[in-house]
Design a protein around this ligand. Sequence first.
Ligand code: FES
Length: 107
Amino acid sequence: MAKITYIQSEGQQHVLEVASGTTLMAAAVANGVPGIVAECGGSAMCATCHIYVDSEWESKLPPMNAVEDEMLDSVADERRTSSRLSCQVTVTPELDGLVVHLPGIQS
Ligand code: FES
């Protein structure tokens, strides 16, 4: 398990205990965290599960693959260096304490 904090663009926080092997997207959707649309269900084909990884954690996440990188060019809000697709980040014990920020718009 890992404690993950999702912070919405207006500042509201949602703290979840997420099982290892679960993606950040799936955990958010299963727990009703607003702001993750995930239209494609986690196939890296919609870019509506966009998140910004907190600056303290940016370097601690596994690197993105080429598909995620390309899809991030299609996000509705601004793409930043901290941008990731939450369906492509799988929770591990090492991510305990991770903080992610949700963009203002997803589509
Ligand atoms: S859920 Fe569609 S790209 Fe992540």
